[in-house]
Design a protein around this ligand. Structure first.
Ligand code: ADE
Ligand code: ZN
Length: 328
């Protein structure tokens, strides 16, 4: 069966990473910027490996220059999500790309994105919430003003704080100042770990930054005692199988750790990460899992419930989304 229409809850989507290549090409054209080096002839993004992916990603972000650009970006990304049945999306937002982490600039970008989120909810039926993320390879000092942006703008829309970027740069504890500031402000926390780093990176992230969710976390599978601890502590993994397979962070679909993690009692959820970069959509994620593991609607209903339980939004929003899920 096709899972395109099946309602879905997504917790791990990078807003800039969701930008359709045609959207970035159009902005480059409007701004008279030559970005041809980051596109293949067929129009898709071109990169060699994960480090080069981050370079191409930042080059694509260079044409996102104004609040209006980000308003259009939110609508373009949510259009793709809604087309693939997503009814609730938690999206990573990076003030580094919105005025370099300056708080008053960030407020203007955020205002534009929130307006677009309201429009997407009205017209497309997808509810969006934001998780502010610092970027690991920009270093711990740059993470502090990003945490301040998060602390100062938290509310109904900005619900969490996290960290993305090159996982092998530094150690999790280097970023504890930023995470402590976000936690003290009342933000919920998530952090990328165990996509490229081993189980030690996941363990250190849990010990030093104490997030309730981990972005990816799949390499925890190499230490079953850690997997059992993650399960017992109820830590939620934002697993992105299509991203892992495409980038080679894991083996192919049939060997993907999501199945074993789930069977050992870990709370797993499914997301796309940066869908046009990895040739995926939420529909393709569900269909890949159905093909690889014979997962059925019962499994996907459970994944959706786990994701909604772990969502950072308020209870009224969760109740509204739960009704949409129950209707299927
Ligand atoms: N930023 C965007 N996508 C990412 C990923 N898969 N890992 C780390 N940082 C990212
Ligand atoms: Zn990610």
């Amino acid at each position: 069966m096709s899972y395109k229409e099946y309602p879905k809850v997504e917790l791990h989507l990078h807003l800039e990473g969701g930008a359709p290549p045609a959207f970035i090409r159009q902005l480059a054209h409007e701004k008279k910027t030559d970005l041809s080096r980051i596109f293949r002839e067929d129009g898709s993004y071109e990169y060699r490996d994960f480090d080069h992916f981050l370079t191409v990603y930042e080059a694509a972000c260079s044409v996102l220059q104004t609040p209006e650009d980000f308003r259009r970006l939110v609508l373009a990304v949510m259009e793709q999500s809604a087309e693939n049945g997503v009814v609730y999306s938690e999206t990573f937002l990076s003030p580094d790309f919105c005025g370099g982490g300056d708080l008053s600039a960030w407020r203007e970008y955020l205002h534009a994105m929130q307006e677009a989120a309201d429009e997407a909810e009205r017209k497309m039926g997808v509810t969006l919430r934001g998780i502010i993320t610092c970027i690991r390879h920009f270093g711990p000092e740059k993470a502090k003003p990003i945490a301040l942006c998060a602390a100062e703008t938290m509310g109904d829309f900005i619900t969490g704080f996290g960290m993305a970027g090159a996982e092998m740069v530094g150690r999790p504890g280097d970023y504890s100042y930023a995470f402590d500031m976000a936690r003290e402000a009342g933000l919920r926390l998530t952090c990328h770990a165990g996509e490229w780093g081993g189980p030690d990176m996941v363990a250190d992230t849990l010990r030093d930054l104490a997030p309730e969710r981990i972005g990816h976390g799949v390499n925890a599978i190499h230490d079953l005692a850690l997997v059992d601890r993650i399960a017992e502590d109820g830590i939620v993994l934002e697993v992105c199988p299509g991203s892992n397979v495409f980038l080679g962070a894991t083996g192919d679909w049939p060997e993907h750790p999501i199945r074993m993690l789930r069977e050992r009692g870990v709370k797993v959820t499914v997301s796309t990460d940066d869908p046009p970069y990895f040739g995926t959509t939420m529909t393709r994620e569900f269909e890949g899992l159905a093909r690889a593991f014979d997962w059925t609607e019962d499994d996907f209903a459970e994944l959706n419930r786990t994701a909604l339980d772990a969502a950072f939004c308020d209870d009224a929003t969760k109740d509204k989304i739960a009704k949409l899920l129950e209707a299927t």
